[in-house]
Design a protein around this ligand. Structure first.
Ligand code: IVH
Length: 690
């Protein structure tokens, strides 16, 4: 690898890891498995060590991933507080050899005897609890390691977190850290409920735990069946010589400390612990993904100290994900919205970690080659953090006689264009961005998705709209009218009207999300936000030079070049203009701006499920001069209840005589029965439709 290639790869890895951090910590929707993430992180660490001239203070290798909730709309989000002691991560490894090295290094550096505390690595979301005078006074998430979100109210609704300590001898004030977990049972019933109500499912219990801890509705948190296990006291407490003694004391104060710990005295004992729990952990009611090995003596921990990211006195050994062996039935080549062609294997269905797997990604042509995949091969399949499982190896002893290698297509399986492989890319692409149906539909689907424009349309609707020649690009959506929508199979006036309403509402989606929605390569949600905040408008972004783009924190060459390439294409400029004409937000508003004073002096508590997200409802309240509050009290003017509101809130409102409003009456209050012109894109529909 020469210098330019190394620089390019470093940029690429940083961009991918940053985006992956955002997806993992903020959206709770991981895009890769922990294993893949760790591999990329280790690759970046190695490259940065080899090419220190490309080092950067804010590289993901030097920062703890951040779960801080972005304050999208005023009034939503959590208060943020600094951590008294930074909340770091752990250095991790998948190799017993590296655990041995850790133990040997420690033994060499230390001249006093010491022990290890081996414990499970819980796979949930980290929490830091502060107790003062025996009472829980604050609970913070890890945040970016320096500042965390204040989730105290939510933590109080987690069954095994005590509000008050019991026993005696607790310090006047101290912090204790641990993990909030969602047991498998709660996870399954939550996902079942979400399936029934057509809400997106959580990929795994970790995401569900983290998403639940960040809910704005603490009664819903109480219903989610979370639990907590505690494993670290960062406060320097007198009289406790070891980590183990500290945790035992915490246990005597009624705190739920992790139970499966063992004090080990040799590397052999550590290895025994690791292998024992490799199988035993499968019987636990919650997820664990490894073992943490900590040096037990506090003075030695102090002596070893910390790096910028993790303690030198601990290491995490991570178990490899569970695998299954099953034959490949056939291979499909799927085209994505960027034109990338991904090989996907159809498998003989097989159970992995509790779910049935039927398809798995083969990633790209190189991966097929390096795994040496043949038709009909029996393959090892693994479920990572993401929903799509991965093929990790072939069982050669089961290869059918005369099995042939698959031929990666040279033409787009959808539109027939000759595939291309741009320099530095591992994937083949269909270059027909403006004509390839799968790419067009994929882009529209991305555009309407919840995190983008949040328009009420799924895959089936987009498919139909495309088939009927009504929509080829996102901008076409804004020209749809009632009579056309009624051509869609199964669509009635009501569904069409709801769809048009969501289109109309999407015109107030902020610029940063519009920028994400238009689908510039490598511009994920967090990069879109950085770009929007830096440039303020589409014009400014479009006029930006490479240097100006590169001056944005978190934007490297890969992203800068991709933005430049996007605005060089005629068809993209045309589409941007059409979207602008449709009335989308192409600049940042200084403040959300008050629309009316209809709700002046009124305080609302919002609970339940609405036609749009609760955050959007809250933003509407504020835009009309009202205030939001999280709990019903004497000061509450209205409980705005969607479907399935929190029963405690409804009860409290009844007790206090607080009026309960439904969404329709609320919308009436703010004069939001949209005028017909708005609903039907300027054209009144046939009178018979009413
Ligand atoms: S100790 C200073 N012990 O793993 C380090 N962490 O990948 C204190 N984790 O951020 C952490 N189980 O959220 C510790 N038994 C355990 C753990 C554990 C899970 C989490 C924790 C940490 C992350 C690092």
């Amino acid at each position: 690898m020469d210098y330019t290639q190394a620089k390019h790869r470093i940029e690429q890895l940083r961009a991918v890891l940053r985006e992956s951090n955002h997806k993992y910590y903020v959206e709770n929707a991981p895009v890769m498995s922990d294993y893949e993430y760790d591999l990329l992180m280790h690759e970046l660490e190695a490259l940065e060590a080899q090419y220190p001239e490309y080092g950067s203070e804010d590289s993901p290798t030097r920062r703890v991933g951040s779960d801080l909730e972005e304050k999208r709309e005023e009034g939503s989000g959590f208060a943020k507080y600094p951590h008294r002691y930074p909340m770091l991560s752990l250095s991790n490894t998948y190799s017993i050899g590296e655990v041995e090295e850790f133990a040997e290094r420690a033994a060499k550096a230390l001249d006093t005897p010491f022990t290890y505390s081996c414990e499970l690595k819980f796979d949930g979301t980290a929490i830091c609890l502060t107790y003062r005078d025996g009472a829980l006074v604050r609970a913070l998430t890890r945040g970016d390691g320096v500042t965390g979100d204040d989730v105290t109210e939510n933590a109080r609704r987690i069954g095994n977190i005590p509000h008050r300590l019991t026993g005696s001898g607790w310090p006047q004030e101290f912090e204790i850290r641990g993990e909030v977990l969602m047991p498998f049972e709660s996870f399954e019933s939550l996902n079942h409920e979400r399936e029934v109500s057509e809400e997106p499912l959580f990929a795994n219990p970790r995401n569900a735990a983290s998403g639940s801890l960040k809910l704005q509705d603490s009664e819903e948190v109480a219903r989610r069946g979370l639990m907590c296990t505690l494993y670290h006291i960062p406060s320097p407490l007198e009289g406790y010589p070891t980590h183990d003694a500290l945790l035992e004391a915490a246990k005597s104060w009624g705190l739920p400390v992790s139970q499966e710990r063992r004090i080990c005295r040799s590397i052999q004992e550590i290895e025994d612990y690791i292998s024992q729990w490799d199988s035993a952990r499968k019987e636990l009611p919650y997820a664990t993904d490894g073992v943490v090995i900590k040096i037990n003596e506090i003075p030695i921990q102090r002596q070893l100290g910390y790096t910028a990211k993790s303690p030198r006195w601990a290491v995490a050994y991570k178990y490899k994900a569970e695998q299954a062996l099953t034959p490949i039935l056939s291979i499909d080549y799927q085209v994505g919205r960027t034109g990338a062609v991904t090989p996907v294997a159809n498998l003989e269905p097989v159970f992995i970690s509790g779910t049935m797997v039927k398809r798995a990604t083969l990633v790209n042509e190189d991966q097929i080659r390096s795994l040496d995949i043949h038709h009909g091969d029996w393959v090892y399949v693994e479920k990572g953090g993401e929903i799509i499982p991965k093929i990790t190896g072939v069982e050669l002893s089961k290869r059918p006689e005369g099995a042939l290698k698959p031929h990666f297509p040279t033409q787009c399986p959808d539109c027939g264009s000759a595939l291309v492989k741009p320099e530095g890319e591992a994937r083949w692409f269909c270059p027909n961005g403006t004509g390839c149906p799968t790419q067009l539909k994929g882009r529209i689907l991305h555009f309407v998705s919840r995190k983008a424009m949040n328009i009420l349309a799924g895959e089936a609707t987009i498919e139909q709209l495309y088939k009927l020649d009504l929509v080829h690009t996102p901008a076409d959506l804004y020209h749809l009218q009632m009579p056309q929508l009624l051509q869609l199979e199964g669509w009635k006036e009501r569904s069409a009207r709801r769809f048009l309403q969501s289109l109309s509402q999407s015109k107030s989606v902020p610029f940063e999300r519009v920028l994400f929605a238009v689908g510039i390569r490598y511009v994920g949600e967090s990069t879109a936000r950085d770009l929007a905040r830096h440039f303020g408008s589409l014009e400014a972004l479009q006029a930006a030079t490479r240097e100006e783009l590169l001056s944005v924190e978190e934007v490297g060459e890969v992203i800068a070049d991709s933005v430049l390439a996007f605005f060089q294409k005629e068809e993209n400029l045309l589409e941007m203009n059409r979207l602008k004409e449709a009335g989308l937000q192409f600049s940042l508003k200084e403040s959300p701006g008050q629309v009316s004073a209809a709700l002046e002096g009124k305080t609302f508590v919002v609970s339940g499920v609405f036609s749009v997200s609760r955050d959007q409802i809250k933003a509407l309240i504020e835009a009309h001069g009202g205030k939001n509050s999280s709990s019903v009290s004497g000061k509450t003017s209205y409980l705005l209840a969607g479907s399935k509101p929190g029963p405690d809130k409804v009860k409290k409102a009844a007790e206090l005589g607080v009026e309960v409003l439904d969404e329709a009456s609320f919308r009436e209050m703010i004069g939001e029965t949209l005028p017909a012109e708005d609903l039907f894109g300027g054209m009144l529909p046939e009178p018979t439709l009413f």
